[in-house]
Design a protein around this ligand. Structure first.
Ligand SMILES: Nc1ncnc2c1ncn2[C@@H]1O[C@H](COP(=O)(O)OP(=O)(O)O)[C@@H](O)[C@H]1O
Ligand SMILES: O=C(CO)[C@@H](O)[C@H](O)COP(=O)(O)O
Length: 498
């Protein structure tokens, strides 16, 4: 028998998924690691924590499956996007990684807009947003010059882990698309962007397809994680691209909702010239020469985790949420906006912060928990609205991520999105997508679609409840007004943040 492993390098944890040729999960393991928020708006992780976590997760997944290590034919990755890893000439990180949800780079975003003007949207197909990689590079150069002077190359999170496993340096197109340095339609590093910021092309790693062969496991690393050097390592992709692959979003008309730490609404695109004028992100897919458009809620699952950590640290998510089904849609007039680390779609705003509006003496904790879930889903519905306004039909949405583990939340998604919501049998979207890239890379299937036919299994479907749809339509209008009503207040409050 032969197997592949998909590694999902997330923000809260790394997960390893060992899969057989039928797409059945034979072993899985997860190792979490810390996030560092030294100042308000900052978010960093230690690259070494990712490497140690990945090796342990592989070791545990292989042990759980009880298979011969040499039977693992291939391994591939799904990675949290945009995070900056700077390496020195000896390929050692010069500082902690600055992550996708770090918003310290507003100044650098304005500088990128001034320098590139309209070329930015034309080449990188996305506006300058704090979370993307180029602004982070400019921030380090400006604020930590000595550190930057030691850097000779940049990587994204999963590329660094892959480098440590293979000794080879690469970046795949789906992740490179989130740096602002890639010519997204042309699939090359953009000379125009690199020259405008005086960065040499040697600062960027070689580009590769997501299913491309990046190398084999270094013998000592293979030993450390219970594998052998025969295992081939395939490049992998951005977590959202892999989430889409793992959910079978491989043709026009299919839409994904993912609630992980962040939340996304993603629509498949065949046409590299599709134009959303920067309102939503436009990135290369992990499937060759395909694309996707995507709106992002910065703190989706993170808002619920924050709520749990702050008010119910000792309870599991299931315990925290067990009463929400008894609270009616609308949470008794309590509305939450999930802007607790700023927002991306549709308000690219690093200063905005969250609110609970309408607190009433009758509200209990369950009202707050439900309001948090509703607020996150309203925020995602803003992205659904952008797609609908652009003429896309959004009638069925495949839902993945930690948030898809709760049936009440899945029904809420159907009611707020006013669309059929489908869950997957194995809620392992990005990890499954990574495993599929390894399976396709290893030649098990002639195409990713053929692989999806075997590996991706739909589970329950949730249809919109007409009464709840009406209630949520009204509330969504009020939700949309909270941003403009609280923006100025939050700008004034910014001075008091830590
Ligand atoms: N049982 C659950 N019910 C509802 N939401 C959950 C549950 N477990 C986890 N979550 C949500 O999912 C999020 C983590 O999702 P995950 O896809 O694992 O994230 P990431 O890949 O970013 O690390 C948490 O922040 C939490 O909000
Ligand atoms: O910044 C983005 C997408 O542009 C995020 O989606 C990150 O890719 C992190 O994702 P999760 O940790 O939530 O999976």
């Amino acid at each position: 028998m032969s197997y592949v492993i998909g590694i999902d390098l997330g923000t809260s944890a790394v997960k390893a998924l060992l899969i057989d040729r039928d797409g059945k999960i034979r072993g899985e393991a997860s190792v979490s690691y810390p996030l560092f928020h030294e100042h308000s708006g900052w978010s960093e992780q230690r690259p070494e924590d990712w490497v140690e976590g990945t090796l342990q997760a592989i070791r545990d997944a292989v042990a759980a499956a009880g298979i011969e290590p040499s039977e693992v034919e291939g391994i591939s990755f799904s990675g949290q996007m945009h995070g900056l890893v700077l390496l020195d000439a000896d390929r050692k990180p010069v500082r902690n990684a600055i992550l996708w949800n770090d918003t310290r780079t507003t100044e650098q975003c304005r500088e990128i807009e001034r320098t590139l003007g309209e070329d930015l949207l034309h080449i990188a197909r996305n506006p300058a947003l704090e979370g993307f990689t180029l602004p982070k590079i400019l921030w380090v150069r400006e604020h930590e010059k000595e550190v930057f002077d030691r850097a000779s190359l940049f990587l994204l999170p999963k590329d660094y882990v892959r480098y440590r496993l293979t000794g080879e340096l690469h970046m795949d197109y789906s992740d490179a698309a989130g740096t602002l340095l890639l010519d997204v339609a042309g699939k090359v590093w953009s000379r125009r962007v690199l020259e405008a910021f005086d960065l040499p092309e040697s600062f960027c790693p070689a580009l590769i397809e997501s299913h491309g062969l990046a190398g084999t496991m270094l013998p000592d690393i293979a030993g450390q994680c219970g594998l052998t050097p025969v295992t081939k390592v395939y490049a992998g992709g951005a977590d959202n691209a892999c989430g889409a692959i793992g959910a079978g979003i491989l043709s026009e008309g299919l839409t994904l909702c993912s609630i992980g730490t962040s939340g996304v609404i993603l629509a498949y695109e065949n046409n590299r010239d599709s134009d959303y004028s920067g309102k939503v992100h436009f990135f290369n897919h992990g499937k060759e020469d395909a694309y996707y458009a995507m709106g992002v809620t910065l703190a989706a699952g993170y808002s619920l985790s924050w709520f749990k950590q702050t008010f119910a640290a000792e309870e599991s998510f299931n315990e925290l949420l067990k009463g929400v089904a008894d609270v009616k849609p609308g949470s008794g007039g309590l509305l939450f906006t999930p802007y607790i680390v700023g927002e991306r779609t549709p308000h690219a705003d690093a200063q905005i912060r969250g609110s609970f509006i309408g607190m009433d003496g009758s509200h209990k904790r369950d009202h707050f928990a439900r309001a948090v879930m509703e607020g996150i889903t309203f925020s995602l519905n803003e992205s659904v609205a952008v797609f609908r306004e652009a003429g896309k039909t959004v009638d069925t949405i495949v839902s993945i991520g930690g948030g898809a583990q709760n049936p009440v939340w899945l029904q809420m998604q159907a009611d707020i999105f006013d669309a059929r919501v489908v869950a997957l049998e194995n809620e392992q979207g990005p990890g499954l997508g990574a495993a599929m890239l390894a399976a396709y890379g290893a030649g098990w299937f002639a195409s990713l679609e053929e692989c999806a036919d075997r590996f991706v299994k739909h589970a329950s479907a949730y249809t919109p409840n007409p009464d709840a749809v009406e209630t949520y339509k009204g509330l969504f209008g009020i939700y949309r007004d909270v941003y403009s009503s609280t923006r100025e207040l939050n700008n004034r409050l910014a001075a008091y943040r830590g």
